[in-house]
Design a protein around this ligand. Structure first.
Ligand SMILES: *Cc1c(COP(=O)(O)O)cnc(C)c1O
Ligand code: SF4
Length: 398
């Protein structure tokens, strides 16, 4: 069935927590303290499937369960296939490991010169500053370390990472990630940003965060002031489904934008969540309305216990084809596979080019119509006088 939505509606309000004072609801500390983290708490609010109950029993060994009240409100509790529910409530599939899957599927640990820093590309580094998130995504690429349910004991060491960046002048771009960097307090964030800003060769600072989606209350005016002070700082948020685009997320994006933070979005292609062209189109169009430019659409990494989320790559290509030309160019993300073992992100594109020869390129447009662009230039014989002479003659007549 085609996905439909009320384009004018943006979810808002406190939902199940209507009885809570608004000052609590808007307080990010309150949201974190009142997260749903156990089977008992979940069952107080909804009827779980057997699959989910088994998944939750296993989650403690893999990736903790945590959902902020704000995000929990977005779940349709009557629908076991709700796309929001699938993202944050564990299912039994997590306990099944497939032969192709790996704990560290991107070989990040092998490209880590100091703990918490991944230097894969020549000019930029990934700096993991925490192992905690506001809520946990069941398909998380870094579930080996995030939430520390697997006793990975990742202790982010800012100092070592900062010193590495300071002593490597080829690093012009630093991407803060984790876990979620915005879960750190303002003081710590300001410390890291000010240190990075003080490094002459660091031109570009960006933050990868799902906090605006899980905990928009964290995007306080004070935090925005820090971004202003140490900017330009770019941010990639992580929205997978149009229903995550609420009035509160939109307001948080507005605060960030007005603080001069350009916003991009990274989605993961997930079975049952967004592996559908209509869902994806609704998502990217909502993102533009929130001042967010779709950046990447990721093929899911081969993490252990992730196969129940896996989508055929041909489906991903079909989704991109359904977007390009059919909606605003700004709305089309780049579909990528992060090469297993650590080859970096590789674009996966629909093929529009039919053939290229020395003479021409033949390609199809978004409607499937074929066109030809000649690669040769064949000068025509001069049958008319050159333009200058023509102009001269015109003057003479006057
Ligand atoms: C994704 C990633 C980056 C950033 O890649 P861009 O394509 O520049 O956004 C940098 N380092 C690592 C290790 C990454 O995984
Ligand atoms: S917010 Fe990011 S790092 Fe945290 S669990 Fe989700 S995908 Fe993983």
């Amino acid at each position: 069935m085609a996905y439909t939505e009320d384009r004018a509606a943006w979810f808002e309000g406190q939902g199940l927590w209507e009885h809570v004072p608004e000052s609590d609801w808007q307080n990010w500390g309150w949201q974190l303290k009142n997260r749903i983290t156990t089977l008992d708490q979940l069952e107080r609010y909804m009827v779980l499937t057997t699959e989910e109950r088994r998944g939750i029993a296993f989650a403690g060994h893999k990736l903790s369960l945590a959902i902020t009240p704000y995000f929990f409100n977005l779940i349709n509790r009557d629908d076991p296939n709700c796309p929001i529910r699938l993202q944050v409530i564990p299912r039994e599939g997590e306990s099944i490991t497939s032969a192709e899957e790996m704990l560290d599927s991107l070989g990040e640990d092998d490209h880590s010169p100091v703990p918490g820093l991944v230097h894969r590309y020549p000019d930029r580094v990934l700096f993991l500053v925490t192992d905690r998130c506001a809520s946990y995504c069941r398909y998380c690429t870094r579930s080996r370390l995030v939430s520390n349910a697997q006793d990975y004991n990742f202790h982010p060491e800012f100092e070592q990472g900062l010193r590495y960046i300071e002593s490597h002048p080829e690093v012009r771009d630093v991407l803060l990630s984790g876990g979620d960097p915005l879960l750190l307090g303002d003081k710590k964030i300001e410390h890291v940003l000010s240190r990075l800003r003080a490094i002459k060769h660091v031109e570009f600072i960006r933050i990868g965060s799902r906090i605006p989606v899980f905990l928009p209350q964290r995007i306080t005016p004070e935090l925005c002031e820090i971004f202003k002070k140490y900017g330009p700082i770019w941010m990639s948020i992580h929205v997978n489904h149009p229903r995550e685009c609420t009035a509160e997320l939109r307001a948080a994006c507005e605060r960030l934008s007005f603080a001069g933070v350009p916003l991009g979005n990274q989605s993961v292609l997930l079975r049952g969540v967004n592996d559908d062209a209509d869902v994806m189109k609704a998502l990217v169009q909502r993102l533009l309305r929130m001042r967010v430019r779709p950046y990447y659409l990721y093929q899911m990494d081969l993490i252990t216990g992730g196969s129940h989320f896996k989508v055929d790559v041909r489906k991903g290509i079909e989704i991109i084809r359904a977007l390009r030309g059919h909606t605003t160019g700004y709305a089309v993300p780049q579909y990528v596979i992060d090469a297993p073992g650590g080859g970096g992100k590789v674009p996966i594109n629909p093929d529009y080019v039919e053939r290229i020869t020395d003479d021409e390129v033949v390609f199809r447009n978004y409607e499937g119509r074929a066109f030809r662009y000649p690669l040769t230039s064949t000068p025509l014989p001069r049958v008319r006088p050159p333009l200058a002479a023509e102009a001269e003659r015109a003057r003479f007549v006057e």
